[in-house]
Design a protein around this ligand. Sequence first.
Ligand SMILES: *[C@@H]1O[C@H](CO)[C@@H](O)[C@H](O)[C@H]1NC(C)=O
Ligand SMILES: *[C@@H]1O[C@H](CO)[C@@H](O)[C@H](O)[C@H]1NC(C)=O
Ligand SMILES: *[C@@H]1O[C@H](CO)[C@@H](O)[C@H](O)[C@H]1NC(C)=O
Ligand SMILES: *[C@@H]1O[C@H](CO)[C@@H](O)[C@H](O)[C@H]1NC(C)=O
Ligand SMILES: *[C@@H]1O[C@H](CO)[C@@H](O)[C@H](O)[C@H]1NC(C)=O
Ligand SMILES: *[C@@H]1O[C@H](CO)[C@@H](O)[C@H](O)[C@H]1NC(C)=O
Ligand SMILES: *[C@@H]1O[C@H](CO)[C@@H](O)[C@H](O)[C@H]1NC(C)=O
Ligand SMILES: *[C@@H]1O[C@H](CO)[C@@H](O)[C@H](O)[C@H]1NC(C)=O
Ligand SMILES: *[C@@H]1O[C@H](CO)[C@@H](O)[C@H](O)[C@H]1NC(C)=O
Ligand SMILES: *[C@@H]1O[C@H](CO)[C@@H](O)[C@H](O)[C@H]1NC(C)=O
Ligand SMILES: *[C@@H]1O[C@H](CO)[C@@H](O)[C@H](O)[C@H]1NC(C)=O
Length: 760
Amino acid sequence: MLAIQSHWAAVIAAWALALSPAWVASAADATTTKQPVVVDGTSFTLNGDGVSYRFHVDNTTGDLIADHFGAPIDGDGDDDAIEAEVGPIQGWVDLIGRVRRELPDLGRGDFRTPAIQIRQSAGYTVSDFRYKSYDIVNGKPPLKGLPATFGADHDVSTLVVHLYDNYSSVAADLSYSIFPKYDAIVRSVNVTNMGNGNITIQKLASLSVDLPYGDYDMLELKGDWAREGRRVRRSVGFGTQGFGSSTGYSSHLHNPFLSLITPSATESHGEAWGFSLVYTGSFAVEVEKGSQGLTRAMIGLNPAQLAWPLGPGESFQSPEAVAVFSNMGVGGMSRKLHSLYRKHLMKSKFATRTRPVLLNSWEGLGFKYNASTIYKLAQQSASLGAKLFVLDDGWFGVKHPRINDHAGLGDWEVNPERFPDGLTPLVDNITALAVNGSSGNDSSKLEFGLWFEPEMVNPNSTLYEEHPDWALHAGSYPRSETRNQLVLNVALPEVQQFIIDAVSNILNSSRISYVKWDNNRGIHETPSPNTDHEYMLGVYHVFDTLTKRFPDVLWEGCASGGGRFDPGILQYFPQVWTSDDTDAMERVYIQFGTSLAYPPSAMGAHVSIVPNGQTGRQTPIEFRAHVAMMGGSFGLELNPEDLEDEDKAKVPGLIALAEKVNPIVVQGDMWRLQLPEESNWPAALFVSPDGKQAALFYFQLRANINNAWPPVRLQGLDPKAKYKVDGNQTISGATLMNKGISYRFEGGDFGSKVVLLERQ
Ligand SMILES: *[C@@H]1O[C@H](CO)[C@@H](O)[C@H](O)[C@H]1NC(C)=O
Ligand SMILES: *[C@@H]1O[C@H](CO)[C@@H](O)[C@H](O)[C@H]1NC(C)=O
Ligand SMILES: *[C@@H]1O[C@H](CO)[C@@H](O)[C@H](O)[C@H]1NC(C)=O
Ligand SMILES: *[C@@H]1O[C@H](CO)[C@@H](O)[C@H](O)[C@H]1NC(C)=O
Ligand SMILES: *[C@@H]1O[C@H](CO)[C@@H](O)[C@H](O)[C@H]1NC(C)=O
Ligand SMILES: *[C@@H]1O[C@H](CO)[C@@H](O)[C@H](O)[C@H]1NC(C)=O
Ligand SMILES: *[C@@H]1O[C@H](CO)[C@@H](O)[C@H](O)[C@H]1NC(C)=O
Ligand SMILES: *[C@@H]1O[C@H](CO)[C@@H](O)[C@H](O)[C@H]1NC(C)=O
Ligand SMILES: *[C@@H]1O[C@H](CO)[C@@H](O)[C@H](O)[C@H]1NC(C)=O
Ligand SMILES: *[C@@H]1O[C@H](CO)[C@@H](O)[C@H](O)[C@H]1NC(C)=O
Ligand SMILES: *[C@@H]1O[C@H](CO)[C@@H](O)[C@H](O)[C@H]1NC(C)=O
């Protein structure tokens, strides 16, 4: 099957230009495998296993007209269908304002929100992009300087459609890649100035989709610091609605993800479209239900932070956006994104590997430590069975020691007062500690990880004294501080090099196998509206260089928790600290919400002490640990000395359970069975890729008084197979899915169960 696809891709690539008029790819084996890209004259179809994405060229306007994005369709000309969709042309709205367009531009009679707006050299913002030609490319070419999905020729095929505005001499290349196995279409736009004057790109959405007449709901993730990933569902109304980030980063406030669903769609039924921007900077999502009842959705760079000048011959490449379709509800959409991101977005070798259980020093010691207390904490980590010890903030700064958050950021040299012998001998000692419970070989020694926040600087630092111009600022406007710090202008090549060298130096000096890369404020003043995007290109250069130079390091992203949990980051860092809120009750909402777009494998989740530092809430250690086990990177964030003896005694067992379920959580499919927003008993089932193992996470948020115990019905199992449940009872998949199983929760609030299933 794969061989046929790649053969055809090669034939297409070689002959695409030669055979310009009508032809339809028809493999000998067409009944079993549809060609991923089919071109018939000027009609284009992208075929996935469960999706068709179709558009054609309008031969009078040269505009690209969308025909279908949904469950697979075959054959049939499109023109009649188009005629049927458009009503009589009366009033102000011309034909172009009534059709579904692939690249809505401005000034041709489409009064809906445009996806592209260019200020021409003569000053106007009118454009007229018309179809010129197309190319089909094997596989998927990388996007220079930007994170992007990738795959071999048999995983993905790419169609590039060339549009041209004859009046302004501006070219726009729309790139569509189809990953058939994931029903995912990835689109980006490349604009080139072919004229003699300077133009300015004022707006460029990566993806714009027009859905047919109908009602839709939109699903999104909103929040704030320590309250990320809250799922919001609302109906799309007439006019524009949307959200975005202007923080310079993807942010906790809104996530660069949008789902449109039919109003009757649920977790497991109905049509769901997911749109996700592979980008870590400011973004905008706009949804508009127009006067004619069609719904337009777009996602891309935030136009408020973009005025990109393009001189003659220059190009601007947008970030890419991923669009997936599922007719198995919101859950189906999420699982497609999860698998695509694990296999075709994350570049780290750890993406599908089991992660070491870690203990992070932050909540246990904060800024108050020295070499001997750190060593002691590492000893306790190893004794409990953690495999990785992470030293968080506070280890650096010579002239301006980082002993609180007022000083030291930017001075990436070990604090000689805290570590008189330097970091290396301490790390040698820590990595010589044997992990309790492991067999006596090298991999059973404790590993060491370190915290950095390299994009930032305290004014109270040697770096700032030497390079005040390296901090982002706008002329003589005040440089506003947040958490006593400023943002470095990572758009500057000298700043990029400084960060690369500073981090490399430390990583070369000691046996460091994990890095937590933090980023604790948003961007305020910038010298120009382009700075945000230039900054992001600089950050990507830094991430790319360091992750390629240190491929054996496990990199974890963090930005005051989930301030940068986005597909762009995942290209380089296979895991992200999901939230600074470690309250397990809050985490149920945050982690279920985040899983709407992101694989659980990418979530860092830790057990901390109670009462919780953010909420003051008291929860049992089992509940805290069971919630954290739903994240790919399970850890402890506490000083074991602060645990009650009874709880401490439970930790090794909980670590053992976390290690048992981790491969299923990291590699498996997640089925959200019951949502915390809708049920007192949120539940999720993870099923291993071979279907042989599954792990059920089942919670009771509030005590159940004088009610029956509700059954939880599983999903994603083989109805005909038998499953051994928790090592004793054997139950059929059909019974588990159609009848369900019941559990009693003893005790009051915050009950939890982790149940392992083995297919017999
Ligand atoms: C444009 O398309 C219509 C509908 O398919 C067709 O009838 C017409 O002949 C085409 N015109 C040209 C100039 O190709
Ligand atoms: C653009 O202009 C060239 C000549 O200037 C002409 O040959 C071509 O047909 C025009 N293309 C469109 C799409 O108008
Ligand atoms: C964008 O298009 C221009 C002109 O075709 C080309 O030179 C450039 O390489 C393209 N950029 C990318 C990133 O594909
Ligand atoms: C285009 O911009 C460049 C750089 O700002 C400038 O040197 C050049 O004169 C401009 N060209 C025109 C035609 O305005
Ligand atoms: C390290 O800190 C501990 C606890 O505050 C203290 O008892 C100890 O003396 C310190 N050690 C050194 C070498 O400063
Ligand atoms: C190893 O863990 C067990 C409990 O699982 C504990 O009883 C024992 O003291 C630990 N050993 C060391 C050396 O920490
Ligand atoms: C600079 O850092 C030092 C050492 O932590 C501290 O005493 C001082 O108050 C800081 N100054 C400012 C302006 O934050
Ligand atoms: C490392 O361990 C050795 C041997 O126990 C000890 O002498 C040394 O002080 C330790 N160094 C650090 C930095 O902990
Ligand atoms: C070391 O132990 C790990 C598990 O603790 C095991 O997977 C690995 O095969 C062992 N390696 C050797 C060389 O014994
Ligand atoms: C650190 O080591 C890597 C190779 O492991 C090397 O490429 C790099 O130049 C070194 N960097 C510094 C600053 O020593
Ligand atoms: C099933 O096995 C689990 C764990 O192995 C145990 O806790 C439970 O009591 C057993 N249930 C029955 C009914 O034997």
